[in-house]
Design a protein around this ligand. Structure first.
Ligand code: SF4
Length: 249
């Protein structure tokens, strides 16, 4: 597979994917599977720490910003369950009810719209409060991967709806993407749902239907079609599905 990675990033992809694949494959108790993936998310922190000091010093992201939390977030199913479990165990009953209302509204707003139309809504994530993520420890992989060196550029991109200003930091972005692709490829290769879902829509489903995680553990599609991340210009029936190609076996 051509990934466009540097040699170091390619090695990080292989190391991450191989380790996650083996741990998932050897996990016998289905209840432990999400724990394996929660642990795997710590690899993002280690990859960040391994980036050059100059690259880390360039990061301008700060608590209270939340600009990047106004765009659709694409995820695999396991990321939704990690977030849902965090919400169900940490939120008060009142806050849980409120977030279910917000993700229900998000899902209704996104239903039947293309990706571009969804992005144009600039809907704040249902988990954003006062500019900060309320599930920071359990946030999705895309959220963990985003680091900007230019806050004004982030705001301009959001206002215009066009990603014309490059705000990313290559040495960090490459590492984050290698970890994300390694985890997601391993998940699909072990046989779990490899489809891409809209985070807010799938989160509503996960918080209101306990059978979703049961389906996932059975290696079935976890969420209904209505939660799929669809509508890209080059959309195809299987768009967003990560194919298992034998990288880690
Ligand atoms: S999960 Fe957290 S970091 Fe990700 S978009 Fe929502 S508020 Fe932002």
């Amino acid at each position: 597979m051509s990934t466009g990675f540097s040699l170091e990033e390619e090695q990080l992809f292989e190391k991450t994917g191989g380790a996650v694949f083996e741990r998932l494959r050897k996990t016998r108790n289905p209840a432990d599977l999400l724990g394996v993936l929660r642990q795997a998310h710590k690899r993002f922190d280690r990859a960040y720490d391994s980036a050059p000091a100059t690259a880390r010093a360039a990061v301008a992201c700060r608590a209270g910003c939340g600009t990047c939390c106004h765009v659709p977030v694409g995820v695999q199913a396991h990321e939704v369950f990690i977030a849902a479990e965090f919400i169900q165990t940490r939120y008060s009953p009142e806050d849980l009810a409120a977030v279910i209302d917000r993700v229900a509204a998000h899902r209704a707003a996104f239903a039947g719209r293309t990706m571009d139309e969804r992005a144009a809504l600039k809907t704040p994530c249902a988990l954003l409060r006062d500019g900060s993520c309320t599930i920071y420890e359990a946030r999705p992989e895309t959220c963990r991967s985003h680091h900007s060196h230019n806050l004004d550029g982030c705001r301009s991109n959001l206002e215009s709806g066009l990603d014309v200003i490059d705000v990313l930091i290559p040495e960090i972005r490459g590492r984050m993407f290698a970890v994300m692709l390694g985890i997601d490829q391993a998940v699909a290769e072990v046989g779990f749902d490899g489809q891409a879902y809209d985070f807010g829509s799938a989160l509503h489903e996960a918080l209101t239907d306990a059978m979703c995680v049961v389906r996932w553990r059975q290696r079935l599609p976890a969420f209904p079609e209505s939660c799929r991340e669809v509508g890209q210009p080059d959309d195809a029936p299987d768009a967003g599905v990560i194919r298992a190609e034998g990288f880690f076996q």
